[in-house]
Design a protein around this ligand. Structure first.
Ligand code: HEM
Length: 466
């Protein structure tokens, strides 16, 4: 072969390699445009936000699922997004490919709760926080506070006796007090009122326009946030001086050998209060409504709780003193909690964001798009739960199909406070059903969103001793 032919052959080889390389590159994700999921994006910028918020959000999601199937695209709150309503797809986003979908919140919410709070993070920092939070909320840790939670439940119930109360408001106070106790232990009593006052100002600004000018709700909320951080700094400095061990969340944060800064601790404590209070209070409110509407279920729960009381009386135990083991002898009441979590599905969905272009069931989810696993649709699908609108706790006598029941989420961000939430609900229901009766006042069919779905007007009830 002469020199010219050799050069020619080499040139052909190099050209072929380059061509092949560009074909591979072209075919790789993002270049061969996989189709976007079906669906409509609505108007420029506003997308389908008004459509979503002008009706019951569940109607919006249900009609989309009917039209486009379990994966569809939309555009809400200024963001393109993909909504998913199949258990398998939700598992991919939340568990098996969780690293491709980071948690995402509006910047104003991050500022208000604190940028260093657990919800906003992925990776190493998130894992470190999660370990510390789980250490404080796992059964082994919270079993020691059952009697303290019980005292809080008893004093709440006593204060409602003979009154008409707004259930949600009162449950918020109960859930707040339990959360503070699990975070600060006995220290909470001294600081409870100051923390409560500032936290309540903070929450009024949470859903306000994020305009940080004197006089705005947002500005007041940011000031209250600073106050909360100051109070927490005070508690931290007292604890550092006294050098005692504490079996609560603050203790867990302070023990960390790698050390969290005071700012990281404050952001996470405010974050945990935020995660713990309205969620638990909403579920308690729905439970009282469903029990009042379903006398046979209420009867079964009451009998189960009476049996625990009688058993303790027989064995000579103190009847007010519930313990962790007692809370594990409440299968009927536990199923009422599960069914309420399912029917009410207070967290209808959660938000994630694709960190890169992701191929998903033959569709492309472009980098930066939001991804919303629709918990409520999964919980209300007749394929997963026959007659889904019916309140029927007995359906939980059999375990639900895998990944179809996710009231506490799934995967690396699943709720670390779920054991505490269940325990505080069981303790309150024990004393409520054995000692009190209640009836609902006013209209009972409406639902309000604030932001969780709630019975109309927070469920006014009148409560009296049996
Ligand atoms: C019935 C009450 C509750 C419900 C329904 C609930 C539900 C949830 C859900 C669905 C998530 C996951 C959100 C997501 O993946 O985006 C979550 C996360 C979280 N929850 Fe709960 N929760 C409840 C009570 C509590 C309580 C009592 C605490 C604390 C004491 C708590 C602390 C947290 C925290 C810190 C996270 C973030 C975890 C992370 O990002 O790793 N929750 N919760």
């Amino acid at each position: 072969m002469d020199f010219i032919s050799l050069c020619f052959l080499l040139a052909v080889l190099i050209f072929s390699c380059l061509l092949l390389k560009s074909i591979f590159k072209f075919m790789s994700l993002g270049h061969v445009r996989l189709p976007l999921p079906p669906g409509t994006m609505g108007w420029p910028y506003i997308g389908e936000t008004f459509l979503l918020y002008s009706q019951n959000p569940n109607t919006f999601f249900a009609s989309k699922v009917k039209k486009y199937g379990s994966i569809f695209k939309s555009h809400i709150l200024g963001c393109p997004c993909v909504m998913i309503s199949s258990p398998e797809a939700a598992k991919v986003v939340l568990v098996s490919k969780a690293h491709l979908f980071k948690p995402t919140f509006p910047a104003s919410k991050e500022r208000m709760l604190g940028k260093q709070a657990i919800f906003f993070h992925q990776g190493e920092y998130h894992m470190k926080l999660r370990k510390l939070v789980l250490r404080a909320f796992m059964p082994e840790a919270i079993k020691h506070i059952v009697s303290d939670v019980e005292s809080l439940a008893l004093s709440s119930l006593e204060s409602w006796e003979g009154q008409t109360i707004t259930t949600f408001q009162e449950m918020k106070t109960y859930a707040f007090n339990v959360a503070l106790h699990s975070i600060l232990g006995k220290d909470e009593l001294q600081y409870r009122e100051d923390l409560k006052r500032n936290y309540y100002i903070l929450e009024t600004g949470y859903n306000s326009m994020p305009i940080n000018l004197p006089g705005t709700l947002f500005h007041k909320a940011m000031k209250a946030r600073k106050e909360l951080a100051k109070i927490l700094a005070k508690i931290l400095s007292v604890r550092r001086e006294t050098k005692q061990d504490h079996n609560d969340l603050l203790g867990s944060f302070m023990e960390d050998s790698e050390g969290l800064t005071d700012e990281q601790i404050a952001d996470n404590i405010i974050g945990v209060i935020f995660a713990a209070r309205d969620t638990t209070a909403s579920i308690l409110t729905w439970i009282l409504k469903y029990l009042a509407e379903n006398p046979t279920v209420l009867q079964a729960v009451t009998e189960e709780q009476e049996a625990i009381k009688k058993c303790k009386e027989k064995s000579g135990e103190d009847t007010t003193g519930l313990n962790w083991a007692d809370t594990k002898k409440m299968p009927i009441t536990t199923r009422v909690i599960q069914e309420t979590l399912r029917v009410a599905s207070i967290l209808s969905f959660t938000f994630r964001e694709a960190v890169e272009d992701v191929e998903f069931n033959g569709y492309l989810i472009p980098k930066g798009w939001k991804v919303l696993p629709l918990f409520r649709n999964i919980h209300h699908s007749p394929e997963n739960f026959p007659e889904p609108e019916k309140f029927d706790p007995t359906r939980f006598e059999v375990s639900p199909k895998p990944n179809t029941f996710m009231p506490f989420g799934n995967g690396v961000h699943a709720c670390p406070g779920n054991e505490l939430a269940k325990m505080e609900i069981l303790v309150l229901l024990h004393h409520l059903t054995t000692k009190y009766r209640w009836s609902m006042m006013g209209p009972q069919n409406g639902i309000q969103y604030g932001p969780f779905p709630l019975p109309q007007n927070g469920l006014p009830i009148s409560l009296s001793k049996k």
